[in-house]
Each structure stands twice: as structure tokens, then as C-alpha cells.
Design a protein around this ligand. Structure first.
Ligand code: AMP
Ligand code: GLY
Length: 427
């Protein structure tokens, strides 16, 4: 098969790496790709949101399957466009992608079908937003309705913070039209986990759990980022809770989308809070998570290509996934200054030496080739990923590999997986 992957991050490198191991794969293209992806795919200089040129490319190159990484092309309706041309593509339609592109839509669907989530209100004026925040004593979360590159969520502890958040989104319009509507929701306490599930619109297969580390600093301190690391599985997820998530959240959401007339196919990613009163949905994403995909792909033993195909043709019910029982960890190495401003074009060395660490794979995110050298090209640069007999051993392998990589100003967290490691030490 000839497969096209859309995107250029660590998630896409992990997908390309996994897809390249399938006996069904003849050739992989990636638009636009990065320096690491170039080792398993032919990178094509088309932007991930350039739907028309991507479709033209898929037609002229006789692509058998397109896999979309990021949310923007999905919410722009890339799946609808490809399908209208008879091209097979993995992902939800533009309407179904509103589960991610409109937080108000997602909350309404959850609310209508009684799927567990926080209490919420959708508001369109500053006054209504403030009244709602006051009702919750300011212990709430202010969310811009639309896509805001993961930044449109403000977690508040008191009324002043909530009012500042509301002003930022609705008055200063920090996220533009994404802030036309705002969701004010109950702030939940607990431990977060990421659950990704394949679905063909009827059947689902849950992947193993994962946990992201969104803050830049160790111990989950400092600014929010796109994700500084992740690991799998998340031990907070006991089998009983996992079964509850499968039945009451993921399957229910797929049924709800069918009932609403927007069948959902592809991968559904639920960001969940495990609260004292059970798992609740914080957010949906309509794509693979980044960086969760990196530790998931290194653990997935089954061929991923038949799974992707089955999601597009309604035969997922015949499949199951085999996983490596060993846990995995992914440590993100970021550019100096990230998540604020950072420089690009800094040479990276030691990549081969890092890849040589046993059961370790370095996934590239913001990298590119320049005059035969690999240089930085983004905030999150690499996702150093490894398996281990437990989370601590996997983390140690990652750190060994990280120590072999050099680029000026590189920073990373040394504590990825700390919640699981704490549990391992207590056991
Ligand atoms: P989202 O983009 O909706 O995932 O939100 C980003 C982050 O904000 C989540 O990963 C949580 O850490 C936090 N968050 C979102 N909603 C809530 C909530 N209702 N209660 C507590 N934290 C939340
Ligand atoms: N790991 C967070 C995300 O993919 O949105």
C-alpha cells in the first residue's frame, strides 16, 4: 500500500515508524514531515492544512490510505473532501471533528446523553460568564469554545482569576473568534489520563492508557506546553475504571454521535479526570495525542495498518490489539525558551548514539535537515522513547539516551512518569 501521513510532529514520526513496519506498506509519504520522518518516508513539501493540494497529491500518487495527524485539517473537513474524491482517509468528518473544535458542542453532546463530565454553562457575554463563575465561587475552568492551539483553557481557583480569564478570552479576545462563546465549567480534582480508542463508527478498540505531562517544569510546575512527555500505561487506571470508561464514556460517545447524525470514525482521544466519583471527560481530541502516541506506538505489537483500514471500512469488530506488556516512557527535549520564544536552526548531535540504547527510539518533532545536518525547527524538538521492565527502568533508558543527544539550550523533564514510579516504589 501507498500511505500518506499528514503532519510534522513527534506523533507523526511515531505513526510513520509504526506504519513502516507493516508488511502491507510499500511506500510512505509524509506532508510536510521532519528530519526523522525522512528516514522512513518521502517528505513532501505541502502544508498540513493545504487540503486541496494534499488531495491532488493523493490522487496523482495513487495513495491507498491517508492518515491525518493534527486537528486543524480534520476540523477543516479534509476527510469529507478526500471521501468526495473517492480517496480512503483515516479520521472523522469535519462535523464529527467538532468534538474537539468546539468545546461547547462537546459539552452539549455529553450533557444530552448523560456522559460523565463536569457541570458546565455555555455563555456568550462577559456578564453571563462572570455570573456563572461567581456561582461556582471561582473554582472553575474558563474555556474558549474554538481551537486555540491548546491555550484557550484557564483553570481558576477564585473569582478574581476567573474574571481575569473571562476578560482575556472575551474582552481582549486573546484567541480571536475562538472566544466568541465560552464554556465555564466545574473544576474537577483528581489524576488525569489519556484514553485513545480506534473506532469505525460502531465498534471500538481502546488502546492502552497513557498520561501526559503538560507543564514545562518538574513536579508539574510552570507554564503549560504541548506536552513535555508521556508514559503508558497509567496505573491510576484500575481495570474496573477502564471498563467503565469503555462502556460509559467512549462507546456512549460513539452512540451519541450516531444518534446526532454525525457518525464518528478514526481515533477518539478522551482526556479524563479520575475523580473520587469516577472518571469524567475533560476534553475530547479527534486525533492521536502528542506525545502520547510515542509511548503507545513503541508498545503496540500488532500491525497498525489493518486497524487503520478497518476504521475506514467498518470492520474494526474483527480486530484486537496486542501490546507489549512492558511500560514505556517518552521524554520530550525542547528548545531553549519553549514554551515561549525560542531560536531555530541549532545543530543536533548524538542522535544515532541515542537510538542505539536498547529498546529506545528517538522520535523527531521540530527538526529539519539543513546542509546534511539535523537542526532544530520547533519548540518541542525530540521525543526520546523507551520500553523498560517498569516505568522507572523505561525512564532511566530515556535519560541515558537523552544524555547522548546535544543541542544548545536543550531542556527536558527528568521526572516523566513520576506518579507511576511513586506507586512502583510503594508497592
Ligand atoms: P483541555 O484543553 O480542555 O484538555 O484542557 C487543558 C487542561 O486543562 C487539561 O488537561 C486539564 O489539566 C485542565 N482542565 C480542563 N478542564 C478541566 C476541568 N473541568 N477541571 C480541572 N481541570 C481541567
Ligand atoms: N497530549 C495532548 C494532546 O495531544 O492534545
Amino acid at each position: 500500500m501507498r500511505i500518506l501521513i499528514i503532519g510534522s510532529g513527534g506523533r507523526e514520526h511515531a505513526l510513520a515508524w509504526k506504519i513502516s513496519q507493516s508488511p502491507l506498506t510499500k511506500k510512505i509519504f509524509c506532508a510536510p514531515g521532519n528530519a526523522g520522518i525522512a528516514s522512513v518516508a518521502e517528505c513532501v513539501d505541502i502544508g498540513s492544512e493545504d487540503v486541496e493540494n494534499l488531495a491532488a497529491f493523493a490522487r496523482s500518487e495513487k495513495i491507498d490510505l491517508t492518515v491525518v495527524g493534527p486537528e486543524d485539517p480534520l476540523s477543516m473537513g479534509i476527510v469529507d473532501r478526500f471521501q468526495s474524491l473517492g480517496l480512503r482517509i483515516f479520521g472523522p468528518s469535519g462535523q464529527a471533528a467538532r468534538l474537539e473544535s468546539s468545546k461547547a458542542f462537546a459539552r452539549q453532546v455529553l450533557g444530552r446523553y448523560g456522559i460523565p463530565g463536569p457541570a458546565f454553562q455555555i455563555v456568550e457575554s462577559v456578564d453571563a460568564a462572570r455570573a456563572c463563575a461567581e456561582e461556582m465561587d471561582g473554582y472553575c475552568v474558563v474555556k474558549a469554545d474554538g481551537l486555540a492551539k491548546g491555550k484557550g483553557v484557564i483553570v481558576c481557583g477564585n473569582v478574581d482569576e476567573a474574571c481575569d480569564g473571562i476578560d482575556l478570552v472575551m474582552k481582549d479576545r486573546a484567541f480571536g473568534s475562538a472566544g466568541d462563546r465560552v464554556v465555564i465549567e466545574e473544576r474537577l480534582d483528581g489524576e488525569e489520563v489519556s484514553i485513545l480508542a480506534f473506532t469505525d463508527g460502531e465498534a471500538i478498540i481502546m488502546m492502552e492508557s497513557a498520561q501526559d505531562h503538560k507543564r514545562v517544569g518538574e513536579g508539574d510546575t510552570g507554564k503549560n506546553t504541548g506536552g513535555m512527555g508521556a508514559y503508558s500505561p497509567a496505573p491510576v487506571l484500575k481495570p474496573r475504571i477502564s471498563a467503565q470508561i469503555e462502556q460509559e464514556i467512549i462507546l456512549q460517545t460513539i452512540h451519541a454521535m450516531n444518534a446526532e447524525g454525525w457518525p464518528y470514525r478514526g481515533v477518539l482521544y478522551a482526556g479524563l479526570m479520575i475523580t473520587d466519583s469516577g472518571p469524567k471527560v475533560l476534553e475530547f481530541n479527534v486525533r492521536f495525542g502528542d506525545p502520547e502516541t510515542q509511548p503507545l506506538m513503541i508498545r503496540m505489537k500488532s500491525d497498525i495498518v489493518p486497524l487503520l483500514m478497518a476504521c475506514t471500512d467498518g470492520t474494526l469488530g474483527r480486530h484486537e490489539i496486542e501490546w507489549d506488556r512492558r511500560p514505556s516512557v517518552c521524554i520530550v527535549m525542547a528548545s531553549d525558551g519553549y514554551p515561549d520564544e525560542y531560536k531555530k536552526g541549532i545543530e543536533i548531535t548524538g542522535l544515532e548514539e541515542a537510538d542505539a540504547v536498547e529498546d529506545c527510539k528517538v522520535f523527531h518533532a521540530g527538526t529539519k535537515l539543513s546542509k546534511g545536518k539535523v537542526v532544530t525547527a520547533g519548540g518541542r524538538v525530540l521525543g526520546v522513547t523507551a520500553l523498560g521492565s517498569n516505568v522507572m527502568k523505561a525512564q532511566q533508558r530515556c535519560l541515558e539516551a537523552v544524555s547522548r543527544i546535544h543541542f544548545n539550550g536543550a531542556h527536558y523533564r527528568r521526572d516523566i512518569g513520576f506518579r507511576a514510579i511513586r506507586r512502583e516504589m510503594e508497592a
